[in-house]
Design a protein around this ligand. Structure first.
Ligand code: NI
Length: 391
């Protein structure tokens, strides 16, 4: 193990230069062609078998002796954000930026793959490398799963890492049980009957119906959910009307719902649909509801987290390890955990005030302390190595 960890830090510059190369050439969800090219050519140059089950993204296979399989995942897509970091290796593509650190995820996993491949004779099993497109659209994981990425061989365990600008560089954060939220998105159209603003009695005012509906929705969380259960219901868009003297025909609103519990999620969907149907009805208006379930709750197996913690202690390759509270952000990593429950999604601290790495995910000024990157690579290597260790 010590040799492996030494090797990780020997390759620190390689992790950083891969990360910068990907950072300079960001690509949006499902358009990650050059990124996929970087990934596949790096893996192949180190003798790693590469499968291409989807148009972008890739699956690598490192085969040791017969045994179990562990999947390691990195997401690879960038965001429609105009970079404002001023760094010399800033994005060369106008309006596209790796503002969520997926460049770092990809680079850390690539070098971990190289090191595991160098040591494959000592592995009793297979490491499956999932380089996943389109995490930002919460669609890439499902695409890879549908294309068979979790079959042949089927992983017995899975791990993913996200850089975390809210914790100090080099720290590893973990959460047992629910770690990230389910996310649902809604958009609602309330249909009334338009007319003159001075004669409301001759109309069915959709704006008034909307206002009552939205304020009733705000009572779901406060009055029907257990206060110890975490839920967010945010109405984030409202559109209606064109002029001060016209009552419009319709009004629309939209937003998102987050929960940390799948039962609560179903209950809220039911209440939401009931309020959004009945409140407008009480004013004579009608509603059309478009309600989409996207990611599920990211549920980290407590047993797997304990295993990772013991590996970290044994390898001693982190600045600090800390249990973090869940967040109501969301991740399509949840779809892998649904199929492979023995797994977890961890957070690697990348914050460093001294170099200005203090901005949040998706910020145009988001940047990381690259000194943290070997710790992420080390975690991938150590967890896979220990999981596949022979008896
Ligand atoms: Ni992300």
């Amino acid at each position: 193990m010590n040799e492996l960890m030494k090797r990780v830090f020997e390759l620190k510059e390689e992790i950083i230069s891969l990360r910068r190369q990907i950072h300079e050439n960001p690509e949006l969800s499902f358009e990650e062609r050059e990124t996929t090219e970087i990934i596949t050519s790096y893996l192949k140059s180190h003798g790693i078998e590469v499968l291409r089950p989807t148009p972008t993204g890739a699956v690598g296979l490192i085969e040791g002796k017969r045994g179990k399989t562990i999947a390691l995942r990195a997401d690879i897509d960038a965001l429609p954000v105009k970079e404002e970091t001023g760094l010399p290796y800033s994005s060369r593509r106008e309006g596209i930026m790796h503002a969520c650190g997926h460049d770092a995820h990809t680079a850390m996993l690539l070098v971990a793959a190289r090191i595991l491949q160098e040591n494959r004779e000592k592995l009793h099993g297979t490491v499956k490398l999932l380089f996943q497109p389109a995490e930002e659209k919460a669609a890439g994981a499902l695409q890879l799963i549908k294309a068979g990425a979790l079959e042949d061989p089927r992983p017995d365990a899975i791990m993913g890492i996200h850089v975390w600008p809210y914790s100090d560089a080099g720290s590893i954060g973990y959460t047992k049980g629910p770690a990230m939220a389910s996310s649902d998105f809604f958009s609602v159209k309330i249909k009334g009957r338009g007319g003159h603003g001075a004669y409301p009695h001759n109309t069915i005012d959709p704006v008034n119906a909307l206002v009552h509906t939205v304020s009733s929705l705000n009572s779901i969380v406060g009055r029907t959910v257990n206060p110890l259960d975490s839920v967010v219901l945010s109405v984030t868009t409202i559109h209606a009307g064109t002029a001060g003297n016209i009552i419009p025909e319709e009004a629309t609103f939209g937003g998102t719902i987050r929960t940390l519990n799948e039962d609560t999620r179903k209950k809220i969907e039911r209440l939401f649909k009931s309020i959004v149907t009945k409140v407008p009805e009480s004013f004579g208006a009608k509603s059309e509801i478009d309600y989409k379930n996207t990611t599920k709750v990211v549920y980290n197996s407590p047993e797997f987290v304990d295993f990772v913690a013991s590996v970290m202690d044994k390898a001693g390759i982190f600045k600090k390890r800390e249990e973090l509270p869940p967040t109501l952000g969301s991740e399509d990593f949840s779809f892998y955990l649904e199929k492979v429950p023995f797994g977890a999604f961890l957070r690697l601290g990348v914050r460093n005030e001294a170099i200005g790495a203090v901005h949040g995910l998706h910020s145009p000024k988001f940047t990381i302390d690259e000194e943290a990157l070997p710790y992420g690579t080390a975690l991938h290597v150590a967890v896979a190595y220990e999981f596949l260790k022979g008896e």
